[in-house]
Design a protein around this ligand. Structure first.
Ligand code: GLN
Length: 308
């Protein structure tokens, strides 16, 4: 899809890049350590299919935690709200995404679907006869949302995370002990690490963001891809928990539903207007893209994006 580059967006990207110096790429998943911390790119996808971009938007990123919103949507479609929220709660934690602390105090279910424990419980629910079929369903749902059947996953990143997943493994065993999940932990980790390694560019990400911005309608054709109440529910979690334990400050400074991942990706949805896809691998101490957040702050001012 052709994407127009504008001087204005280029200037915002150049300005935001100045802040990325102290940032570090995620290296607890060894394959992610290869990312270029200097990179910053953005695509904006409008509901009429037009798009603007800046930076190298064809650079690929793995979804990491951005995938948590998408599996939540699929689980809600598969099972409905009551069943899903039997397994995960609605509340932000104020703790890092991989924290185990609050699980001990609310062992019956993880506090929300955007922390790792909650996302693992959601992935556990995805229908399919085995790990392979469950992952195929997630991938094909995401391909539909992006309107791009060539989207796949990085075997290198998936394997790299699977081999170093001891913390997520521990979360799974905790969940199994408390009856939140009842499957083989390794099977679940296989699906989860592949889902996190699904690979796309900023344009695909912006287009998915636009589907959520339009309450589940595919841009251009207006075909319904996600029920409206599911899209709205997902956007609510993006506002309250999408930027991990920095979601409050992000709501104040940017004011849009967004979800970040440790690859440096951010997917944003400006309600009824457009979707945003960003890649900026230099992360702050909470695991969010420094350049990405700066850029969104500038964009929010310039394009009057805040919903509040
Ligand atoms: N795959 C990563 C993990 O589970 C996703 C985390 C993230 O992007 N915050 O650790």
């Amino acid at each position: 899809m052709p994407c127009r580059t504008t001087d204005e967006l280029n200037e915002l990207v150049d300005e935001a890049k100045k802040y990325t110096d102290g940032g570090k790429v995620a290296d607890y998943i060894p394959a992610l350590a290869k990312a270029n911390p200097e990179e910053l790119s953005v695509a904006i996808f409008h509901d009429d299919g037009t798009c603007v971009s800046a930076g190298d938007i064809h650079q690929k990123l793995t979804l990491q935690s951005v995938s948590k919103v998408l599996t939540l949507a699929l689980a809600l479609i598969d099972y409905g709200e009551e069943a899903v929220f039997n397994k995960v709660g609605y509340e932000p934690t104020g703790d890092p995404f991989n924290s185990i602390v609050k699980l001990e105090f609310s062992p019956s279910k993880p506090l929300n679907p955007m922390i790792n424990a909650g996302a693992l419980a959601v992935t556990h629910m995805i229908k399919g006869k085995d790990a392979e079929e469950r992952f195929e369903r997630i991938l094909s749902f995401i391909q539909d949302l992006a309107g791009n059947s060539s989207i796949g996953y990085s075997l290198e990143v998936a394997d790299s995370e699977y081999e170093t997943s001891d913390l997520n493994r521990a979360l799974c065993y905790f969940l199994r002990q408390h009856g939140v999940i009842d499957e083989d932990v390794e099977e679940l980790l296989k699906v989860y690490t592949k889902q996190c390694a699904i690979e796309m560019d900023c344009l695909d990400l912006a287009r998915i963001g636009c589907v959520f911005a339009m309450d589940g309608l595919e841009p251009v054709t207006n075909r319904r891809l996600i029920p409206a109440h599911v899209a709205r529910l997902c956007k609510t979690f993006m506002v309250t928990c999408g930027m991990y334990n920095a979601s409050g400050e992000f709501a104040v400074r940017v004011g849009i539903p967004a979800k970040s991942g440790v690859s440096g990706g951010i997917m944003g949805s400006v309600p009824n207007r457009f979707g945003i896809g960003i890649l900026g691998p230099a992360l702050d101490e909470k695991g969010n893209s420094i350049g990405g957040i700066k850029l969104l702050e500038r964009m929010s001012d310039k394009y009057n994006m805040s919903m509040f």
